[in-house]
Each structure stands twice: as C-alpha cells, then as structure tokens.
Design a protein around this ligand. Structure first.
Ligand code: NAD
Length: 433
C-alpha cells in the first residue's frame, strides 16, 4: 500500500518506518524543514533504540521517503496518518490546530478515496472535526478513522512491531478493512485488533494514560507515607504487585511522571470531563500529587543542608524524563535543577542521550554538562540520581566517593540499596525506601 505520515516526531517517524518495514511505500511529511533535511541525509533527529538502523534500511530500499511538501506525499496514498503534536492549550484541553491544519492540507492534496487516520492523541469528537475540516477542502470521498498509538518512548519500535493490541475506531467497513490489512503483519502472534466506534477509540487512549498516571501518583503517595512511618515502598510494591488483580508493572515510586504524554493527557481528560459537566476528582488529585512529587527530591536536599544551598555543588545523573529516550518534555530533572539553581547552588549534569536536548531547549548553559557520569561528580556536595539509565545502576561507589567532596546520595528512582551505600559510608535518601 501507499501511505503518508504527517509529522515526523516520536510517533510519526516510528510509525512511518515500521509501515515501510512491513513492505509499504511510505512518505513522511513534516513542516520542519531542518528535520526533513536531516532525515534525508540519514540523520535521525531523536534517540530511539533500533530506529536508526531500521530507517536507513528502508530508505536504502526506496520504501521510505521524507518531504516538506504534501503534494509529493498525498496523491495516490491509500491511507494518511496524522501524527502531529497535540500540546495542551492554556486551559488544559488539547490544542488541535496542528491536527486540523494537517487535515486541511491532506484534503487539498487528495486525488481519490483516502483513509485519513487520526494517530495523534486527540479528545473525543476530534474525528468529527477532522471530517468537517477535510470535507470543506475536497470533493473526493474519504473516511476518518481513529487509531490511537500506545508505543512507549525507549521501546517504540518493539511496541509498534509487536503491539499488545491495535485499537481502530471507524464507522466505515471499507476504511476498517484498509486498517486491518495494514496492521496484519504486526498481529500475527494473535494479539487483537480491537474495532470500536470512533468516540470509544478516542477515549481509550486517554483512559489508558490516565490509568497509568494514576498508578504512579498512587504509589508515590504510598512512598511518601512509607517515609513517615518507617515502611519500605519497594517491599510494599512487591507485596501488592504479586496480586494478579493489581499486577506488578507501573508500580515504581519516584519523582513523578513526565514526558510529553501523561501530563498533557491527564490535563485533557480533566478538561474533557469539565466540558461534559463532570468533575473528574481522581485525576485532579493525580496531577496535584505529581507536581508535589517532582519537588520532593529538592525538598529532601534542602532539608538535609539545613535550608542553605547557596554555593553548594550538585552532580545530577539523568536528565531525560525516563531512560532510553532524549525526550525532556515535562522532565522532573528540570524542576529539580531549576529549584537548586534558584537556591544559589551550582549543578553539573550528565545524561547519556539528553544533554543536547537539555542545552538547546530546557536548561541552556545554566548548568555544566559533563562528559562522563564520573566527571559530573568532581567536587560535588551530593549526587542526585534523577533518571534510572542502566549505566547509573552499578557504579564503583569507592570511585564515586573519591570524586565527590561530600558523601550524600539522593536517589530519586530507588535504584540503590540503602544498606550497601550506608556500609560504604554514604548518607542515603530514597523515595519511600
Ligand atoms: P512530536 O512533537 O515529537 O512531533 C510532532 C511533529 O509534527 C513535529 O516534527 C512537527 O514539526 C510536526 N508537525 C506539526 N504540524 C505539522 C503539520 N501541519 N504538517 C506536518 N508536520 C507537522 O510529537 P510526538 O511525541 O510524536 O506525538 C505526536 C502525537 O502522538 C501526540 O498527539 C502525542 O500525544 C501522541 N503520542 C505520543 C507518544 C509518545 O510517546 N511520544 C505515544 C503515543 C501517542
């Protein structure tokens, strides 16, 4: 099949590459000329394990193309996936201007029946808006389908090629069949393609992210109680996770959720509920807990140093909002670091992939970027672990101690053993451990 993908971000680039990998001819469109230029030169603008190799192979095999011009991608396409950003508006609702602009451009360039697929995470009712906008700009027949994406950054290729499930919301049999054919290669092992009405498909994505965010905030609250009553959240986690009704995944306490999806999607559900005259109390609390949690480590640091951080030097390990990505949108590291800087401290940071992103978009030159994790430690009063990259899991703590001026470790992801660190002469702080 011929496919076009609009937007070459984490979702669009992965989807486009994977659809090319399964034998389709794919053209990816983005309005960011620099991104398209880099992609055409074989440079992958984001860090996502496995993506570069797959992308280069499909470009070389002439199945994957990049352009800024809709007129090169849309005519002749059987399906067009809209995968542009849907950032939160000021009132928390999803800003649909990019989705609707893309829909219009797709409609203006269609030359026959086309399936327009909403891949971006969009509120209930968006497919109708896309349909309205598109129909004002074409006389060709088309259907709009909702096909929310569940991939996780850091494991996106695997998630796309082997999805737990594919959700398709459609009111047209013809469009549903096109989607089934496209996804058939990815569900050979029997994972389901779940068909439903468009509104339910749109809400499914938000419900999934809202549930996951709720688990995180719930466990963070349990951790905060653990800190106060002398319990250990890791033990509680194992204790409840072995209950099949609860399950063991997504129960880790830490510094709160970040990234481009959970924060904005939780906001969007609260807003959707409000618009429908419903007060979604649980999700409002989930948000509040998360904001408080992002500052938790800073509060611990401040208390440890008696409220005086002026002139103190901190090493921060990890900047990305989670391991295996360079994405720093809504990353807890930004909150922790800005609070430290405001209090008059200095920060030297290290992240295996996100330092360029941090410097260009989030922190500029307000912090020093180290070449290695060990270099970040030199002369620091404390080490603050923010993102649990594998390479931070088993450092040589004797060497760590030698490079630092102080002996305190704040572990924002509970990856170290208190016992082990205290035996090595460190003062250890965890989140509920
Ligand atoms: P992103 O910000 O990384 O990428 C969006 C891209 O769209 C950018 O490159 C931008 O230049 C381009 N764009 C904007 N307007 C355009 C237009 N009119 N025409 C062509 N290109 C245009 O976004 P992302 O993280 O890939 O997310 C995209 C959507 O998918 C969002 O709705 C998001 O909620 C959803 N989603 C994201 C993830 C994730 O893990 N990142 C997972 C599932 C779903």
């Amino acid at each position: 099949m011929r496919i076009a993908v609009i937007g070459t971000g984490y979702v669009g680039l992965v989807a486009g590459t994977c659809f090319a990998e399964s034998g389709n001819t794919v053209t990816c469109v983005d309005i960011d000329e620099d991104k398209i230029r880099r992609l055409r030169e074989g440079q992958v603008p984001i860090y996502e394990p496995g993506l570069e190799e797959l992308l280069k192979r499909n470009v070389a095999d002439d199945r994957l193309h990049f352009t800024t011009k809709y007129e090169e991608a849309i005519p002749g396409a059987d399906a067009v996936f809209i995968a542009v950003g849907t950032p939160p508006d000021e009132d928390g609702s999803a800003d649909l201007q990019y989705v609707l602009a893309a829909a219009q451009m797709v409609a203006e360039n269609m030359d026959g029946y086309t399936v327009i697929v909403d891949k971006s995470t969009v509120p209930v009712g968006t497919a109708r808006k896309v349909k309205d906008r598109a129909s004002q700009h074409t006389s060709h027949p088309f259907d709009v389908v909702s096909n929310p994406e569940f991939l996780k950054e850091g494991a996106a290729i695997d998630d796309f090629l082997k999805p737990d499930r594919v959700v398709i919301g459609s009111e047209s049999q013809k469009a549903a069949e096109v989607m089934d054919e496209l996804y058939a290669p990815f569900v050979r092992t029997g994972n389901p393609i779940i068909h439903m009405d468009i509104e339910s498909a749109e809400l499914t994505k938000y419900a999934a992210n809202a549930m996951l965010a709720t688990r995180i905030s719930f466990m963070n609250e349990i951790a905060n109680i653990c800190n106060r009553v002398g319990a250990n959240v890791d033990k509680v986690r194992k204790g409840i996770g072995s209950d099949a009704r609860i399950g063991s995944r997504f129960l880790f306490a830490g510094l709160g959720y970040g990234g481009s999806c959970f924060p904005k999607d939780v906001k969007a559900v609260v807003r959707t509920a409000q618009d429908a005259d419903y007060d979604f109390k649980i999700l409002k609390a989930v948000e509040d807990v998360n904001e408080r949690q992002k500052r938790m480590l800073y509060e611990m640091v401040d208390e440890h140093f008696g409220g005086d951080l002026a002139g103190k030097k901190f090493a921060v390990w990890g900047l990305a909002f989670k391991p295996n990505t360079d994405d720093m949108r809504e990353a807890p590291a930004v909150v922790v670091i800005k609070a430290l800087l405001e209090a008059g401290a200095t920060v030297t940071a290290y992240d295996p992939e996100a330092m360029e992103e941090a410097q260009h978009r989030h922190l500029g030159d307000t912090v020093t970027y180290a070449k290695t994790p060990m270099d970040a430690l030199d002369g620091s009063d404390a080490l603050i672990l923010v993102t649990e990259w594998n390479e931070f899991r088993r450092p040589d703590f004797d060497a760590v101690k030698e490079r630092m001026a102080g002996t305190v470790i704040f572990d924002g992801r509970n990856i170290y053993s208190r016992k082990r660190l205290e035996e090595s002469g460190f003062t250890y702080y965890g989140i509920g451990t």
